[in-house]
Design a protein around this ligand. Structure first.
Ligand code: PLP
Ligand code: TYF
Length: 400
């Protein structure tokens, strides 16, 4: 009976890491997955994380089940980190927060809520977007369509196209927005554009749905990176926000994140929370505790919180340095007169190079540079020492 089951296609992002592992060349470079590496290209566990893990071990905390909604101390600090502790939506208890299985699991909970309570609604997602968004909504049976976002001519934001497509969508659509450091393009709206997007979403009665996977990683500042979400919250809008601690606390495999629903009253928030719990219960019953305790301890202690911020600035700073070095190397080596300034303008872990599929394949097949076929490279996986080599590979592939 299982013989009839066909082989599933590999994940386009995680599949790149598999191919990288199989390559025996010393030159190989993995710029596929968005995971932070040190200058030595090794995985990095934050010192502040090691410190609280030691504390937790000393305290001998137990392994009892968490409630369905997760660790209360985590849910409190995660919403405060997102909106700011003195935000009226927090003070007036208008936010329903449940711990989720990182960003992905939190998005999946929200998708199930849409499927159950807004069966007529569709979700608008940016073109392009993180590949898993489509899988998540497909599996939850939530219809989606794309809005224009990336303009290949300018390697920048197609703001006119974005506005036109959000305007043309049926009233009451969910509009999925990347809170900061858009994946895969690294291109974010500027504050005036965010205002216009918010105007339009209000006008059309749409519901903003933020995916915040890089808070603190775009600018190095947690508050600056939450500005888009806070702008919408300040207008008194209902909104969805999924959060992830994979990147900013380096907790990739702990699967720690949250789903926040901002409502117009504390009563509505309590009811929405009860429904999120009802969705979680038959899916996974209750979330894992370890990552939740790490976040609660780091964010809840002023000294540890400051240590985290310093380490995040260090990580964001390293990425900015390789961005600059890659740009300098491209300018110095490329004799074609191509304008490479888009590399410096892009934000966060990724750079969208504009390399097409054939050119991206040349990067891998000839130069052993592993990247996704859409032309995205993860600068978090690049070292200063490898920038010149990468610049050679990019120039060769562009003019190939
Ligand atoms: N959303 C975006 C835009 C992402 O880039 C990622 C991961 O890279 C995620 C969500 C979810 O990641 P995780 O499930 O590890 O939190
Ligand atoms: O965009 C990236 O590189 C990250 C990595 O299920 C990733 O999103 C890929 C697949 C996945 C979770 C994270």
């Amino acid at each position: 009976r299982f013989d009839g089951i066909a082989m599933a296609p590999p994940d386009p992002i995680l599949g790149v890491s598999e191919a990288f592992k199989a390559d025996t060349s010393e030159l190989k470079l993995n710029l596929g997955v968005g995971a932070y590496r040190t200058e030595e290209l090794q995985p990095y566990v934050l010192n502040v994380v090691k410190k609280v893990e030691n504390l937790m071990l000393e305290r001998g905390e137990n392994k009892e089940y968490l409630p369905i909604e997760g660790l209360a101390a985590f849910n409190k600090v995660t919403a405060e980190l997102l909106f700011g502790a003195d935000n009226p939506v927090i003070k007036e208890q208008k936010v329903a927060t449940v711990q989720g299985l990182s960003g992905t699991g939190s998005l999946r909970l929200a998708a199930a809520l849409i499927e159950r309570y807004f069966p007529e609604a569709k979700v608008l997602i940016s073109s392009p977007t993180w590949g898993n968004h489509k899988n998540i909504f497909n599996d939850a049976r939530v219809p989606w369509s794309e809005y224009r976002y990336y303009d290949p001519k300018t390697v920048g934001l197609d703001f006119e196209g974005m506005i036109a497509d959000i305007k043309a969508a049926p009233e009451g659509s969910f509009v999925l927005l990347h809170g900061c450091a858009h994946n895969p393009t690294g291109i974010d709206p500027i504050p005036e554009q965010w205002e216009k997007i918010a105007d339009l979403i209000q006008e059309k009665n749409h519901i903003p749905f933020f995916d915040v996977a890089y808070q603190g990683f775009a600018s190095g500042s947690l508050d600056a990176d939450a500005a888009s979400v806070r702008l919408f919250a300040a207008r008194g809008m209902e909104l969805f926000v999924a959060q992830s601690y994979s990147k900013n606390l380096g907790l990739y495999s702990e699967r720690i994140g949250a789903m926040n629903v901002v409502c117009t009253s504390a009563g509505a928030a309590a009811r929405v929370k009860s429904q999120l719990k009802r969705i979680a219960r038959p899916m996974y019953s209750n979330p894992p505790i370890h990552g939740a305790r790490i976040v609660a301890n780091v964010v809840g202690d002023p000294a540890l919180f400051n240590e985290w911020k310093a380490e995040m600035e260090m990580m964001a700073g390293r990425i900015k340095n390789v961005r600059q070095k890659l740009y300098d190397s491209l300018c110095a080596k490329d004799k074609s007169g191509k304008d490479w300034s888009f590399i410096l303008e892009q934000i966060g872990m990724f750079s969208f190079t504009g390399l097409n599929q054939t050119q991206s394949e040349n990067m891998t097949n000839k130069w052993h540079v592993y990247m996704t076929k859409d032309g995205r490279i993860s600068l978090a996986g690049l070292s200063l020492a490898k920038c010149e080599y990468l610049a050679d590979a990019i120039i060769d592939s562009f003019h190939n």
